[in-house]
Each structure stands twice: as structure tokens, then as C-alpha cells.
Write a protein that binds this ligand. Structure first.
Ligand SMILES: O=C(O)CCC(=O)C(=O)O
Length: 295
């Protein structure tokens, strides 16, 4: 089995400018991952998609209960490896409009616990040290996603704060976004509002009492989107995101994909509400950086 490990040297810890993180709400760490490791991770994700048989799902999504079943598929994905489709991937008859490989928006949300390659990539001393510098003293790896941002059809991710979706009390979450390919304005790079994390949490995304999900809105004023800055980065770059940082990615209408892997780490000393959309079964509670729980 190939273990893909990020390349951050311990000496690079001095590059981590906490004052800048506190000021801007994000950090861009170039050359965090070797190019060949990015390629290996990409090849592995593509192999997972090749092995995935969407037949069962197509029947789920073609029933009349489409909303409920797709809600259930999403809501139970917190401790699984699930393949989430681009919006409009299916035609009204329940078949995919284009190839399976071109239809997947992302894989989530427990790849770091269930897949040996993503487990190895995510659980390294380098990432543990980085997270500790970012003041997460008792780290738990909560969520991972592999985002494809497909050429031509990669959907927009609208402006949001990660704390809306992954909320703890107090809010202690770090988002790690690894560029596995060059990310540009053409293929849907991240955009962020520097300093926007000081605006406070605008909403929470919760499980609704009667099933499905709902937003709880604290502040419905529009984002100052004129302040958005494109974060065009090279393959191998790590972008660190504060949980309150407003950020987005636009549609990918280009011919190039823009693969990224993301990991969100919380602090075990905080309270994780049972209303949060992402839940894990008691047998699969989130773990820290120790490896070896994969059977
Ligand atoms: O990679 C993207 O396109 C957006 C990812 C993102 O904003 C997130 O996961 O919070």
C-alpha cells in the first residue's frame, strides 16, 4: 500500500505566521505537498470512483421520494465514504446525463478514517504540529472531502463560513484545503474575504426536527463580496481556513479539473452539538492523529 505523506518539514513551522492568520483568517502555505504525492492522491481518488457502482443510487434517486432519500444519503455520510453528485447529474428518468467519472462533485466525509491512503495522508506529524500551532490542543479529525470541481460542469460553492456547517462551542475548528492541481480563476479556485472572519458567525446548518436540514440565521446581511480575493495557488499548496472566514469557489467552465482534498479538525475540549448536520455513530467517533484503527 502506498502511504502518501505531506512534505511539510518541521522547520517550516516557523513559516506559520499566526499573526497573519489572526489578521486575514487564512494562510497560504506553498509547496506543502510534493507534486508526485498530489498525483498519487488524485490517481487513488479516481480509482475509488472507477470502483464505485452507482447502480443502487440511481434507483434511489429516481424514486418519487427523491428529496427524502437524497437527504438521507447525505445526512448519513458523516462516518462513511459516499459519492456525492453534481447538481443535475441525473436526468428525469434517473439516469446519469454524463459519465460517472464526470458526474461526481465530491467524495465525503470520513475518507480519513476509512480509506488507508487518505488515513495515511491525513494523519502525519506535520499536520498534527500545524494544527497544534493553530491552537487546536486536543485534535479530532472530523471531516474529509475530495472535491473534483469537474471541467465544464464543476458547480459553484457559494459564499459561506465553515463554522456554519461544522460548529463547536466554543468555535474551535481548522479547515485544511490541499490543492492537488493548480487552482486558478478559470478552473474555480477559492476566493476569500481577508479579515472577514471578524464579522461573526452568520448562520448554522442544522438537522431539522421533522427530517432534512435547515439554516438558523443570525445575520442576513449580504457578504461584502466586492472584498473577495482570488486565492490562485499551485498544486501542492495548503490553504488554512479559519472557521469564520467567508469564502467561495465559482463554477468551473474551463477544460481543466481542479481537484482538492480538505480536512477539518476540531478540538475535543469543545462541545459538538447533536443538532449539527454531520453526526457519527458511537462506534465511529472522530479520532485524533494516531493511526491504526482501519481494519
Ligand atoms: O473546493 C471548493 O470548491 C470549495 C470548498 C469549500 O469551500 C469548503 O469545503 O468549505
Amino acid at each position: 500500500m502506498t502511504i502518501i505523506q505531506p512534505n511539510l518539514k518541521m522547520s517550516r513551522m516557523t513559516d506559520i505566521d499566526l499573526a497573519q492568520y489572526d489578521c486575514d483568517g487564512f494562510l497560504v502555505l506553498n509547496d506543502f505537498v510534493d507534486g508526485q504525492d498530489c498525483d498519487a492522491l488524485r490517481a487513488h481518488a479516481e480509482a475509488l470512483v472507477r470502483e464505485f457502482d452507482p447502480a443502487g443510487l440511481i434507483s434511489i434517486f429516481s424514486t418519487r421520494e427523491q428529496t427524502r432519500t437524497s437527504d438521507d444519503y447525505f445526512l448519513s455520510s458523516g462516518d462513511k465514504i459516499r459519492f456525492l453528485f453534481e447538481e443535475d447529474a441525473f436526468n428525469p428518468y434517473g439516469s446519469l446525463r454524463q459519465s460517472k467519472e464526470q458526474s461526481i462533485n465530491k467524495i465525503g466525509h470520513a475518507m480519513h478514517d476509512l480509506d488507508p491512503v487518505f488515513d495515511g495522508f491525513s494523519r502525519t506529524a506535520a499536520i498534527r504540529n500545524l494544527v497544534s500551532v493553530l491552537r487546536i490542543d486536543n485534535p479530532l479529525l472530523l471531516q474529509s472531502m475530495y472535491i473534483f470541481k469537474q471541467p465544464r460542469i464543476g458547480g459553484e460553492v457559494s459564499c459561506h463560513q465553515d463554522g456554519t456547517f461544522l460548529y463547536t462551542e466554543p468555535l474551535r475548528v481548522v479547515g485544511l484545503w490541499f490543492a492537488l492541481e493548480d487552482a486558478t480563476t478559470a478552473n474555480g479556485c477559492l476566493w476569500a474575504i481577508p479579515g472577514g472572519h471578524k464579522l461573526g458567525l452568520k448562520s448554522r446548518f442544522l438537522r431539522a426536527d421533522g427530517g432534512g436540514t435547515r439554516f438558523e440565521i443570525f445575520d442576513d446581511s449580504p457578504w461584502p463580496e466586492e472584498k473577495l480575493l482570488p486565492l490562485e495557488v499551485k498544486k501542492g499548496t495548503l490553504i488554512v481556513l479559519h472557521p469564520l472566514l467567508p469564502h467561495l469557489s465559482r463554477e468551473n467552465r474551463s477544460e481543466k479539473s481542479r481537484h482538492a482534498y480538505t480536512l477539518h479538525v476540531i478540538d475535543a475540549a469543545t462541545h459538538y452539538p447533536k443538532e449539527n448536520w454531520l453526526q457519527r455513530s458511537p462506534e465511529m467517533l472522530p479520532r485524533g492523529f494516531d493511526r491504526g484503527a482501519i481494519s
